[in-house]
Design a protein around this ligand. Sequence first.
Ligand SMILES: NC(=O)c1ccc[n+]([C@@H]2O[C@H](COP(=O)([O-])OP(=O)(O)OC[C@H]3O[C@@H](n4cnc5c(N)ncnc54)[C@H](OP(=O)(O)O)[C@@H]3O)[C@@H](O)[C@H]2O)c1
Length: 247
Amino acid sequence: MKVVVIGGTGLIGSKLVAKLNEHGHEAVPAAPNTGVNTLTGEGLAEVLSGASVVVDVSNSPSFEDDAVLEFFRTSTTNLLKAEANAGVGHHVALSVVGTERLQQSGYFRAKQAQEELIRSSGIPYSIVHATQFFEFMKSIAAAATDGDTVRLAPVKIRPVHSDDVAATVGRTAVGTPVNGVVEVAGPDTFQLDELIGKGLAARNDPRHVVTDVHAPYFGAELREDTLLPGPDANIAETRFADWLAQQ
Ligand SMILES: NC(=O)c1ccc[n+]([C@@H]2O[C@H](COP(=O)([O-])OP(=O)(O)OC[C@H]3O[C@@H](n4cnc5c(N)ncnc54)[C@H](OP(=O)(O)O)[C@@H]3O)[C@@H](O)[C@H]2O)c1
C-alpha cells in the first residue's frame, strides 16, 4: 500500500518511513527537500497519485503564535484538498495528548485548528495523540528558561520514546480509520519539575529549576493531570531510564 508521509524527513517521519517500508509498504517521504511543500502546494498532487493513506507528521518551523497557526491551517487545508482530489482513503495526523486542554497556548490552538480541519474534511481519519517525546525534554527546559532559572509546574508527565510513537502511528496508518483519537504514552509517570531538574544536574547544566504551580507550559497553565493520557491509552514499552542510559 502506498503511504505518503508528510514530514517524512523529520524525527518521527523518518522512523515511520523506515518502519512502513520494513513491513512491505511503499512509504514515500514528503517534505520541502523532497520537492513537496504543503504550504505552497508544490508537488502535492504528484506525490498523492495512487496513495491509499496520507500520514501528516510535519511540524511548523516557527512556534510563534501567528506563524504556527498559519502553518497548520494552510498546510492542512492544502493537504486535505489534494487528498480529496486524489481519492485518498485515510488521513492520519500526529498531535499531542491534552491538546484540547492546552488552549491558552498558541502552539496548541494551532494543533486544535489542524484537528478540527481533519474532523470536518469528510475524509476517513485517525488522529494519534502522543505525550512528550523523550527527545523533547531539552526543548521543554529551553522554553521555560529565564537566565539561570527554569520555571516549571509540579505536574505529572508520561513521556514516550519517538520509536514507540512512530510504531503506533504506523500501525494506525495501515489499520482501519478510527475517525477519532488514539492515545500513546510512555510506561512511567514523572513529575515535570523533578524530571527536568535531574536532567540538568546530570549534564552539569548551570541552570536550576524553580517549582511554580503557575509556570506556563508553552503559554498554558497546567493542572496536575493536563499532560496525562486517558485510561484507554496505548502504553509503550521503552523506559525513559533505559533510553537515557544509551544516549
Ligand atoms: N515533540 C513532542 O514531544 C511531540 C509530542 C506529541 C506530538 N508531536 C507532534 O509530532 C509531529 C512531528 O514532530 P517531529 O518532532 O517529528 O517534527 P520535526 O522533526 O520537526 O519534523 C518536521 C517535518 O515537517 C517537515 N515540514 C516542515 N515544513 C513543511 C512544509 N511546508 N511542507 C511539508 N513538510 C514540511 C519538515 O521538513 P524539512 O526538514 O525539510 O523542513 C520535517 O520533515 C508534530 O506535528 C508535533 O505536533 C510532538
